[in-house]
Ligand binder design. Structure first.
Ligand code: GLP
Length: 256
């Protein structure tokens, strides 16, 4: 686990975008796992800027999103497909047929989830998985007590997550109760994970995920089992980390 503390969210987003851009230049057909929520927006903004100003080419890139609300059609204003379309996909030169988001309207959940897993494998696995973190420690929509070996499946959202995400809907009642999400096992199978977290509200959960015990009560703590997981956080989100001085030392002495 590598913890990188940056002064501000734009600094953190630029660092994450630089890592993604380098990976795409090294491997043009990169398989990129994507997240929604407000946290990755600046990263997407920076990648869009790199595409426009520096010719970063997404033509051969494949993307897999972590999750989707069950029961929302792709054009629903709060669907994650629409979120990705508006905030990222429509601004770069990805091939639409290589952008995958779980289908919240699927009539056969079990089969769809299996096919999603198979598709990831058939593309060679996810090279870099972008992650945010929920205030309850969830990654994707893997709520506390999710199996650490779980694969793409249906999950029920906690009331806390529904309330946190109500800002994207007209009313709390409109927030779906269920979703489809890659599992923690799916996320752990990616070659590299980049988790971004900003702001004081994430400080407790970042500390629990990085320095606490591995527990399904804090699903992001499962990343301690990942061989290449980076937490890129801003100062307020780093505020509760006990080994902060050590992380800064490692970063300062890391030739990469
Ligand atoms: C949602 C998404 C998560 C995301 C989380 C945090 O629940 N399913 O993938 O990490 O929101 O959202 P935010 O970045 O807005 O804090």
């Amino acid at each position: 686990m590598e913890v990188i503390v940056q002064p501000t969210p734009p600094d953190a987003a630029r660092m994450a975008a630089t890592l993604v851009a380098k990976a795409i230049r090294r491997k043009p057909n990169l398989v990129l796992g994507l997240a929604t929520g407000s946290t990755p927006l600046m990263l997407y903004g920076e990648l869009i800027r790199m595409h426009r100003e520096e010719g970063l080419d997404f033509h051969h890139v494949t993307t897999f999103n972590l999750d989707e609300y069950l029961g929302l059609p792709p054009n629903h204003p709060a669907s994650y497909r629409r979120f990705m379309q508006e905030n990222f996909f429509s601004h770069i030169n990805l091939s639409p047929q290589r952008t995958f988001v779980p289908d919240g309207m699927t009539q056969d959940i079990h089969r769809h989830c299996h096919e999603y897993e198979d598709l990831i494998v058939s593309c060679g696995g996810i090279d870099i998985q972008i992650l945010g973190i929920g205030s309850d420690g969830h990654i994707g929509f893997n709520e506390p007590t999710s199996s650490l070996a779980s694969r793409t499946r249906e999950k029920a959202l906690t009331e806390q997550t529904r309330r946190d995400n109500a800002r994207f809907f007209a009313t709390l009642d409109e927030v779906p109760h269920n979703c489809l999400t890659m599992g923690i096992g799916t996320i752990l199978a990616s070659h590299q994970c980049l988790l971004l977290a900003f702001g004081p509200k994430k400080a407790d959960v970042v500390a629990a995920a990085v320095e606490g015990p591995v527990t399904s009560m804090v699903p992001a703590s499962a990343l301690q089992f990942h061989a290449d997981a980076k937490f890129i956080v801003d100062e307020p989100a780093a505020a509760k980390l006990k080994l902060r001085a050590y992380y800064d030392y490692v970063l300062a002495h890391n030739p990469g």
